[in-house]
Design a protein around this ligand. Structure first.
Ligand SMILES: Cc1cc2nc3c(=O)[nH]c(=O)nc-3n(C[C@H](O)[C@H](O)[C@H](O)COP(=O)(O)OP(=O)(O)OC[C@H]3O[C@@H](n4cnc5c(N)ncnc54)[C@H](O)[C@@H]3O)c2cc1C
Length: 448
């Protein structure tokens, strides 16, 4: 944990030479890119994985580490069920402890309205055979007896899991490399190359790779990258703050959230905390461009987001970030190798206060680290996982909207089959790119 959060000071671990050609080039070394590359390599397909900073340096190491089925959109649920199975397999194959444990996820409710929301998900869970159940006041107190407050009830899924993201995703990358993936850190993809209207290569800061298939899994940078090629997706990113405590006595082994505090037991005996407070959107040109698409989400949760006038220099939607560049000049991606936002001080104060209020037996909460991440969001809170209509050979896998870690290996398997033109095994209609342009009315996914 000493080297976390990942920064450019961290040694480069993957520096394979840039190949001249690769059957597939994956752009972005987060959980989605890493697992996509892994599943492709298992089919003996040559894959190059490009990461502008370090593997998992952005969202994929900064997240809470919840691997949850609970509260998922109905279209995501079968994929996350598959992901749970894959996490178990991959954890074995990694040959390293990634902190994978089945300790459950629980959401606490203070009101009947929240309980009614939980009941809606319960029906979806039952349809898929997931062990989610609702607890009444007494059942909730029994599940987490150390809590000082009583709650109306809770929703809990005992089969949900957790893992340590900053350990797990680099371990998956090492596994992918062992399966033959060429991984190159500190190497931004600058532009796609096309011939006869389809992908013919990827320009990187180290030169060109010839390929007929590219996967853009670039997290918060995806819309900036795609827009330079005439592909517009309404993706924005919001800052979320997290803290880690030093080891503490165990009050619950799983992951728990209500609207004020979220906490998860970590492998090292500490807790990862987040406040229920709003995330922050830095308003930039894309925020204006896509504002109307976000109205339904805004109306559903008017206080869920705070607005800040401008992103720091170099951020994807900063006012000064170039929207166009040439393949032979420095791109915004290598100028900002790692998005490392400062944690929000008031969020840290809130989580300290709320955690102590819930567990007054802790007079102090020893916060040993704090960090923030930029969550890549879509207007309907579900991702785009699709072939790009505009450029044959291009697959988009982005916008995991704050819940892409747990589903990561499932999505990686899905994307690898999408690239190969195989049967996917899940219905991807909900994740189609065209839903934002074909007049479909947006169906908001759960922001549980
Ligand atoms: C604070 C926080 C808490 C979260 N909690 C959870 C949770 O508990 N459970 C859960 O399921 N999800 C959670 N999430 C969401 C989850 O972390 C993300 O959905 C997931 O990690 C997204 O993975 P990704 O691979 O799509 O993107 P990322 O992890 O962001 O990876 C994209 C990568 O692409 C690289 N890149 C970008 N552009 C280029 C380029 N041009 N060339 C080369 N490389 C490029 C970036 O450097 C980055 O490393 C949380 C997120 C945050 C920030």
């Amino acid at each position: 944990m000493t080297s976390f959060p990942f920064t450019e000071a961290m040694p480069i671990q993957f520096q394979a030479p840039l190949p001249k050609a690769s059957e597939v080039v994956v752009i972005g070394g987060g959980v989605i890119g890493v697992t996509t590359a892994l599943f492709l390599a298992r089919r003996k397909i040559s894959v190059t994985l490009l990461e502008k900073g370090r593997i998992a340096c952005e969202q994929s190491s900064r997240n809470w580490g919840w691997i949850r089925q609970q509260g998922r959109d109905a279209a995501e649920l079968p994929i996350v069920i598959e992901a749970q199975r894959l996490w178990r397999q991959l954890a074995e194959e990694c040959g390293q402890d990634i902190g994978l444990k089945q300790t459950g996820v629980t959401y606490l409710a203070r009101t009947d309205k929240e309980m009614a929301r939980f009941a809606k998900f319960l029906k979806i869970a039952e349809m898929h055979g997931v062990d989610t159940r609702l607890l009444d006041q007494g059942g909730t107190a029994k599940l987490i007896p150390a809590m000082s407050r009583t709650f109306k009830g809770a929703m809990t899924t005992p089969s949900d899991m957790r893992a340590e993201p900053w350990v797990a995703v680099p371990a998956l990358a090492r596994l992918a490399a062992r399966h033959g993936v060429t991984i190159i850190e500190n190497c931004a993809a600058r532009m796609l190359d096309t011939a006869a209207g389809r992908i013919s290569g990827v320009w990187t800061e180290q030169g060109r790779i010839a390929t007929s298939n590219a996967v853009v899994a670039s997290g918060a940078w995806t819309s900036l990258f795609l827009r330079a090629h005439g592909v517009s997706i309404p993706q924005l990113s919001v800052r979320a703050t997290v803290a880690a405590t030093a080891p503490m006595p165990e009050i619950h082994s799983g992951a728990v959230a209500d609207e004020h505090i979220a906490f998860r037991r970590r492998h090292d005996g500490g807790y990862t905390l987040a406040s229920g407070g709003a995330s922050q959107l830095y308003v930039g040109p894309d925020a204006f461009r896509h504002a109307t698409k976000y109205l339904p989400a805004l109306m559903a949760n008017p206080f869920g987001t705070h607005y800040l006038p401008a992103a720091p220099r170099g951020y994807p939607d900063s006012w000064s970030t170039p929207r166009r560049w040439n393949a032979d000049e420095q791109s915004p991606f290598e100028r900002m190798r790692i998005l490392n936002p400062a944690p929000k001080a008031s969020a840290l104060r809130d989580m300290d206060r709320e955690f102590r209020a819930l567990f007054p037996q802790f007079e102090t909460v020893p916060l040993k680290k704090s960090w923030a991440g930029m969550i890549d969001a879509m207007p309907d809170v579900v991702p785009i996982v699709d072939r790009a209509a505009e450029i044959p050979g291009l697959v988009i896998a982005t916008g995991m909207s704050g819940h892409g870690f747990g589903i990561g290996p499932g999505m990686g398997r899905v994307v690898s089959d999408l690239v190969q033109g195989n049967e996917i095994g899940h219905n991807l209609h909900r994740f189609r790119q065209s839903r934002f342009s074909d007049g479909s009315s947006l169906e908001l996914g759960p922001s549980l």
